[in-house]
Design a protein around this ligand. Structure first.
Ligand code: SAM
Length: 348
């Protein structure tokens, strides 16, 4: 297994059979060697820097009905909210003063946030907070819509493909949603010039190792700038309430593999990982991650953006807990970068 890690480290690839063996192995020796190599590669391109992204959850309304997600439209128990322009700008103002230089506007697919509205908010953020990057995560939209938002000044877009295998995609989503459209949106985003992020949930219901290999192969084709993976965590008001959640061990194994395959990718240690494991985010940083996304949403709405049960919203997870987060990052041997943290395009 150690030889496979060395092969991945040197060639940035493995065969399907090799990947399967590495994913399914669960020995501590392999995990620690993988983490060591992943850390070496992340340090080669990004040094010890950890980029912070201030997450502003702008809406919990969603027209979609993904079976795993707590804000799916059929969840009648979900408390819905949407932030208005002044609330979004206030979040950015608080974040800017705390030192954030990237804002991520994420939400369910909410028609209220049409192109004109989003574009005007993007322009206002740039006017008020110069030198900041704006990331959007607003789901599937038309190529024209992505073009308008890019022209208005958005820099990055996150859209997980969720499952690259057609059969698995269909088990996780209702028939009205399509993997083809999800993939088309991702290619449109790259074409439009966005730094684009994709990814999937680890341990989603019905997911097999072969499905994960399909996800990795799709990511190799897409070649995104950012990859977001985190464990699936059940939500009590979804059809998957009784399913088992993904594990921190498998998530970390995949993070290490992804760092070696995509040496320059921006790789977050996600809130979901921090939710299921005590020290999840730090373990993520030690296994190749270089991004953390603390929550900048107004405190009174945070519990309403409930994608899964027990989502972390306080402490180092919250923007106000930044000093706690900084000390955790420093104690782990890394440093918080006070910059936008773009993808490194040049080869070092
Ligand atoms: N609407 C946008 C979209 O579709 O990309 C952004 C919001 S969506 C809720 C953000 C991500 O949350 C999804 O890509 C999904 O992978 C993740 N997510 C949703 N439910 C989850 C769950 N139960 N466990 C872990 N992650 C979940």
């Amino acid at each position: 297994m150690i030889n496979l890690i060395e092969k991945l480290y040197c060639t940035e690839n493995l065969t399907d059979a090799e990947l399967k063996a590495l994913i399914e192995d669960n020995s501590d020796e392999v995990s620690s060697h993988l983490a060591k190599r992943a850390d070496e590669i992340r340090q080669k391109y990004y040094g010890k820097k950890v980029f912070l992204r201030g997450l502003i959850e702008i809406s919990s309304y969603c027209k979609n009905d993904c079976y795993y997600c707590g804000i799916r439209r059929s969840n009648k128990s979900a408390e819905r909210y949407r932030l208005d322009r002044s609330q979004i700008l206030k979040c950015a103002d608080i974040g800017y003063k705390l030192g954030f230089r990237t804002f991520v506007m994420q939400g369910g697919e909410d028609a209220f946030f049409n192109d004109d509205y989003i574009c005007s908010v993007i322009s206002e953020i740039h006017r008020n907070f110069p030198g900041c990057a704006i990331t959007l995560s607003l789901g599937e939209r038309s190529a024209e819509s992505y073009g308008k938002m890019k022209a208005a000044g958005a820099d990055r877009y996150l859209l997980r493909h969720e499952a690259a295998d057609e059969k698995l995609y269909q088990k996780l989503h209702p028939a009205e949603m399509s993997l083809d459209n999800r993939k088309k949106c991702l290619y449109n985003l790259i074409e439009t010039g966005f730094q684009t992020g994709s990814g999937f949930m680890v341990g989603a219901p019905f997911q097999t190792t072969d499905n994960i290999i399909s996800d990795i192969r799709f990511l190799q084709k897409l070649n995104p700038h950012m990859i977001g993976i985190g464990p699936f965590i059940p939500h009590k008001y979804t059809p998957f309430r009784d399913e088992r959640g993904g594990t921190a061990e498998l998530t970390l194994r995949l993070l290490g593999i992804l760092r070696l395959m995509f040496p320059k990718v921006l790789l977050p240690a996600t809130t979901a990982l921090g939710t299921i494991a005590e020290n999840g985010r730090v373990l993520g940083l030690k296994t190749g991650c270089n991004v953390i996304m603390p929550n900048l949403s107004p405190e009174e709405v945070r519990c309403k953006y409930s994608l899964y049960d027990n989502k972390l919203i306080t402490g180092g997870e919250a923007a106000e807990g930044l000093s706690l987060l900084k000390s955790e990052i420093e104690a782990a041997g890394y440093e918080v970068a006070s910059e936008r943290g773009d993808y490194v395009s040049q080869h070092c």
